[in-house]
Design a protein around this ligand. Structure first.
Ligand code: SG5
Ligand code: ZN
Length: 261
């Protein structure tokens, strides 16, 4: 079941439903966010990111994206507030991006895509004992999504892009200590929120999505370093460039997207 899915012609998002029936569920992600249809909800508070004590562990290529993992054995780094009933612990972050051209984000805004999207994955350690218990529960995960657009160099993203050559192949892992994702946040934490799913198989409907309205900027040069990663392992004869690792928007099916401001 390892290589059952990918982003290619034969194993991409349009056929995921064959092995993962949740693909056709009622709260799938990503979605197209249409700002003038968003419901304004003054009861939604600000989101708070308590990342001061956070500890990154390693960076890896899982064959679908590049992932930075965190120590989630206690509540040292959490997201709270906004639509969340309690703090959720940071487990990992990863990116989705396109090939050459403009596509690359998973969520879109009024049909427009960004070149990339960063996902900070958190889990509800108040209600669940482990990440995997949380990952299948309706209120188990909270993913903070941040759009990336091209422009000037990002001041801190080079810490990640400079490490990518170490994790070029699927299955490679290297130490990545002392990185605080706080440096990747835009200046405003205004957000849209809705109930959805993981955007990769198993597509579990367990995610409270919090999508920041303000994008961050990276340079074409920085973005091009992501495209030097490979979907394939070192021992494979065929080399497949890691790009277009995003799922397109899914039907809203009556869900409400909310915004505090
Ligand atoms: C699950 O879904 C997976 C992630 C995966 C996201 O959270 O978690 C696990 O399998 C448990 C560790 O995979 C990993 O974290 C592998 C280390 O993320 C990816 O595969 C990267 C694309 C999908 O999350 S998302 O909905 O935020 N895109
Ligand atoms: Zn993701």
């Amino acid at each position: 079941s390892e290589n059952r899915w990918g982003y290619g012609k034969e194993d991409g998002p349009s056929v995921w439903h064959k092995h993962y029936p949740s693909a056709k569920g009622n709260r799938q992600s990503p979605i197209d966010i249409i700002p003038h249809q968003v419901s304004h909800d003054p009861s939604l508070g600000q989101i708070v990111l308590n990342y001061d004590q956070c500890t990154s562990i390693n960076i890896s290529n899982n064959g679908h994206s590049v992932v930075v993992e965190f120590d989630d054995s206690d509540d040292r780094s959490v997201i709270l507030g906004g639509p969340l009933d309690n703090p959720y612990r940071l487990k990992q972050f990863h990116f989705h991006w396109g090939g050459k051209g403009c596509r690359g984000s998973e969520h879109t805004v009024a049909g427009n895509c960004y070149v990339s999207e960063l996902h900070l994955v958190h889990w509800n350690a108040v209600k669940f004992r482990t990440y995997s218990d949380a990952a299948t529960a309706p209120d188990g995960l909270a993913v903070l999504g941040i759009f990336l657009e091209t422009g000037d160099d990002h001041r801190w993203l080079h810490m990640i892009t400079d490490a990518l050559y170490m994790v070029k192949f699927k299955g490679s892992v290297t130490d990545f200590k002392g990185f605080n994702p706080k440096c990747l946040l835009p200046s405003s934490l205004h957000y849209w929120t809705y109930l959805g799913s993981l955007t990769t198989p198993p597509l579990d409907e367990s995610v409270t999505w919090i999508i920041l309205k303000e994008p961050i900027t990276l340079s074409e040069r920085q973005l091009s370093k992501f495209r030097m990663l490979l979907f394939t392992a070192e021992e494979e004869d065929q080399r497949m460039r890691m790009e277009n690792n995003f799922r397109p928007p899914q039907p809203l099916k009556g869900r409400k997207v909310r915004s505090s401001v």
